[in-house]
Design a protein around this ligand. Structure first.
Ligand SMILES: [Zn+2]
Length: 125
């Protein structure tokens, strides 16, 4: 587990985020990884809610943990527009790649989550 900067002690003591918004973002990234993994790593189970490949599982676990610890909590912007960049240097490009690939495809496979994702993007501008 690598972190670029240590957050202040007070922030580390906060309970993990568990609001509606954060939970929805977790579902979104999970759905995106399902699409991405199935198309790139050839695992047909992924899109049916089955297991992701090891690499994508690691990424999902990491993304969930970042959301748990997001300093903005329920007020957060989409990760892609966030100024904090809490993702580590090695993870950030991988997550962005997944989002870039799966984002536009979400509308078809997960219409509701995809819609929320698009609204977030519009709102962030
Ligand atoms: Zn994968």
């Amino acid at each position: 587990m690598q972190m670029r900067t240590q957050p202040p002690a007070t922030k580390r003591l906060r309970p993990a985020n568990h609001g509606r918004r954060v939970r929805r973002e977790k579902r979104t990234i999970e759905a995106m990884l399902g699409i991405y993994c199935r198309d790139h790593h050839g695992d047909a189970r992924a899109s049916r809610g089955g297991s992701l490949c090891d690499e994508c599982t690691t990424l999902l676990r990491y993304a969930r943990q970042r959301l748990d610890n997001c300093v903005f909590g329920e007020l957060k912007q989409p990760c892609s527009q966030c100024t904090v960049h809490c993702y580590s240097k090695s993870m950030r490009p991988r997550v962005l790649e997944v989002m870039r690939y799966a984002g536009p495809r979400m509308t078809f496979r997960h219409p509701v989550l995809g819609l929320f994702h698009m609204l977030d993007k519009l709102r962030g501008r």
